[in-house]
Design a protein around this ligand. Structure first.
Ligand SMILES: Cc1ncc(COP(=O)(O)O)c(C=O)c1O
Length: 387
């Protein structure tokens, strides 16, 4: 056991401590920030946000995107756009950041938790189909939960740590059960599924650019949608539902102040320039981990599957189930060595506000939450390891 821990602690020779989990890479930010400040357009008006939206849309290979102030607000708008409202349910993995569920609650909808795969921590679509066959029935083209009698309106797929959900099967499942398909692509910018960017597959999709994401705008997010009309509704809602008129200030719905400010968009423009370099560095760092950990029988590195290319936002390892070690004590040893390794989220159904929500059996979710660790994955770390 000691040997196993020592092998892990020796993964970063000569790298100065502390080693953060994920540091932003801000090399080209300064000229963009200065230009934005000099322009005087620091809030949501002006060209910066539009420009960021255009470049992001190009990157995602979609016609258009809406930039907002967080991934959470992006999810909120996505759920509203597919009709989330009080009394309905949204299927989603119990293994995700809390925002995936919180945004459903903002709409008055209930999260309904589903199981994930051991291989890459994304939704187990086969198990979900079996489950839905048992607990749902269609009525007038709507999927109803036979136990709660609530309509289930959509499936939220989370591309965990940039690993792709099987989107072909997710789409078929959604068609079969009359569900909207929502991508929580908060962690997935730069990942490709069958050669196409994640965040471009769902009826709607949400991305995040918070401080620890592969690119950051400080705080921020974005929405894509298959339908132009829906995306324009989302844009309208994100800007307080303001009616564009030079001579009056009016609003035609209860909207939100969710639009991304220009200073964040300027930072985003600088970051987008680095995205390919960041993806390359992360892939190399991931390969380094894989190489150096392959001889350690007590753990497995989570790797991409055949039909997608992951962005390797954070590299994760799964401790073997038979390993007699509490992952929290392992975390403490890393912490004491000033190496910031992170545990997985506590499964959402185990959080007090979500105890009573509907769910399928979640044995793999619960097991993974005790066995997965995220390794330091800053792009700068690669350079430090290679000196
Ligand atoms: C899977 C997932 N969904 C949603 C979010 C919410 O994004 P934000 O922090 O930008 O609100 C995050 C962010 O950490 C996330 O990891």
């Amino acid at each position: 056991m000691e040997q196993f821990i020592q092998a892990l602690l020796n993964l970063w020779p000569n790298v100065p401590r502390p080693i953060p989990l994920h540091q932003p890479y801000l090399d080209s930010a300064e000229p963009f920030m200065k230009a934005c400040l000099d322009s005087g357009w620091v809030s949501s008006a002006g060209h910066w946000v539009n420009q960021f939206e255009q470049q992001l849309a190009q990157r995602l290979q979609v016609e258009s995107v809406v930039a907002v102030n967080s991934g959470t607000s992006a999810l909120h708008l996505c759920y509203l756009a597919v009709g989330a409202q009080p009394g309905c349910e949204l299927l989603m993995p119990a293994l995700s950041f809390v925002a995936t569920a919180n945004a459903a609650m903002y709409c008055g909808a209930k999260p309904h938790f589903v199981e994930v795969l051991e291989d890459n921590m994304t939704i187990d679509i086969s198990a979900l189909e079996v489950y839905l066959t048992h607990i749902t029935e269609p009525r007038d083209g709507v999927c109803y939960n036979k136990i709660t009698q609530a309509p289930i309106i959509g499936l939220v797929v989370v591309h965990a740590f940039g690993h792709a959900v099987d989107m072909a099967r997710a789409k078929t499942c959604c068609q079969r059960f009359h569900l909207a398909l929502i991508e929580d692509a908060a962690q997935a910018l730069g990942s490709l599924y069958q050669g196409k960017p994640l965040g471009s597959f769902g009826d709607v999709a949400a991305l995040s650019f918070n401080g620890n994401k592969i690119i950051t705008t400080g705080g921020g997010g974005a929405v894509t949608a298959r339908s132009r009309e829906i995306l324009e509704k989302i844009r309208h809602l994100s800007t307080t539902a303001k009616i564009t008129d030079a001579f009056s200030i009016a609003h035609d719905a209860v909207g939100f102040n969710y639009r991304m400010p220009a200073v964040n968009a300027a930072l985003g423009l600088a970051q987008l320039l680095n995205l390919d370099e960041l993806l390359m560095k992360k892939r190399q760092l991931h390969d380094y981990y894989q190489q150096h950990l392959s001889a350690i029988a007590e753990l497995t590195v989570i790797v991409e599957q055949a039909d997608y290319r992951a962005n390797h936002w954070l590299t994760n390892v799964i401790l073997a189930p038979e390993l007699q070690i509490n992952h929290l004590s392992l975390l403490e040893q890393f912490n004491q060595a000033n190496i910031f390794v992170r545990p997985l989220w506590r499964p959402l159904h185990q959080l007090p506000m979500y105890h009573a929500m509907p769910r399928m059996p979640l044995l793999i979710t619960e097991s993974l939450s005790r066995r997965v660790l995220s390794l330091p994955s800053s792009p700068q770390l690669l350079d430090q390891l290679l000196v």
